[in-house]
Design a binder for this molecule. Structure first.
Ligand SMILES: NC(=O)c1ccc[n+]([C@@H]2O[C@H](COP(=O)([O-])OP(=O)(O)OC[C@H]3O[C@@H](n4cnc5c(N)ncnc54)[C@H](OP(=O)(O)O)[C@@H]3O)[C@@H](O)[C@H]2O)c1
Length: 262
């Protein structure tokens, strides 16, 4: 499948986020640079980084040296909560490190520890978006209640909530709460929170001649949940991107759903 055909979800402002992205936490230095270059070569067109990961420069260098056009790569970075009050200088530093004039998605990495900071931070995110520094803005590790507070105060829903997610954390109601609010669910740590030797996953993987890890990623995509697997291993980087040559049946999806919360 050509990467241009990779499935996407639509964010406010008609911004398209590829459902498969590449995670870069703990992928730093030369290994991080290599991993992102390998990922772009393997067909990923969405890279997830954060101020906290300390690899924005390497991510930017890999994107530049991939030869791809900037507009063909979806870039996410994140605001650490301790930067409350310094939001604008933080995104400007991210843009300098990435060597781009805007990111595609900027997220609040965690809810600020002082509840009173929640709305002011969100207003700063929206202002950065309106200034053209990010095409879309969203949150990470937010509860539905915290998302509702943002919407009530500003009438602007976060484009995305990036939270820990996998078949073993599947929660139909939480997913529906996001959909109802127009918030795209982006899952992180798909493998770290999965038992890849689980018999349900190995049975379904065997039926499609793929790996349990590929089944986990395909399951996210079939639910229209963004998945951002991380790897610094070239074979895994390629295999994790090779999830568009098969699809799961409705029954298989139900069986995988059942690994999570009833
Ligand atoms: N917003 C947040 O608070 C937050 C928190 C955590 C993560 N994230 C984001 O989500 C991304 C993914 O989450 P994550 O890095 O925590 O965990 P993950 O993607 O679930 O797992 C990464 C681990 O799985 C291994 N792995 C990769 N492909 C595999 C495969 N096909 N089979 C078996 N093992 C495989 C990797 O090893 P190798 O690298 O050695 O190949 C690495 O040890 C992060 O990189 C980051 O971008 C965000």
């Amino acid at each position: 499948m050509d990467h241009a055909d990779h499935p996407t979800a639509v964010l406010p402002g008609d911004v398209r986020i590829p459902l498969l992205g590449f995670g870069t936490w703990q992928a730093t230095g030369e290994a991080g640079y290599r991993a992102v270059l390998d990922a772009l070569d393997a067909g990923y067109r969405h890279i997830d980084t954060a101020t906290m990961y300390g690899n924005e420069e390497e991510v930017g260098r890999a994107v530049r040296e991939s030869g791809l056009r900037r507009e063909d790569v979806f870039l996410t970075t994140k605001l650490p909560p301790e930067r409350v009050g310094r939001e604008r200088e933080t995104i400007e530093a991210s843009l300098r490190a990435l060597d781009v004039d805007h990111v595609d998605l900027w997220l609040v990495h965690w809810p600020p520890s002082a509840p009173g900071d929640l709305i002011p931070v969100w207003r700063e995110m929206l202002a950065a978006r309106d200034a053209g520094l990010a095409r879309a803005v969203g949150v990470s590790n937010f509860s539905t209640g915290q998302i509702d507070e943002l919407i009530q105060a500003t009438e602007e829903n976060p484009a995305v909530n990036q939270i820990k997610w996998s078949p073993f954390l599947y929660d139909r109601q939480r997913h529906a709460e996001h959909r109802d609010r127009g918030v795209v669910l982006e899952g992180y740590s798909p493998f770290k929170t999965s038992d890849l030797s689980d018999p349900v996953l190995t049975r379904i993987a065997g039926a499609h001649n793929v790996s349990p890890a590929q089944v986990v990623l395909r399951w996210h995509i079939d639910h229209e949940i963004v998945a951002i697997p991380k790897s610094v291993t070239p074979e895994r980087i390629r295999a994790n991107a090779d999830v568009f040559g098969f699809s799961l049946t409705a029954e298989e999806i139900r069986d995988i759903d059942a690994l999570g919360k009833p």
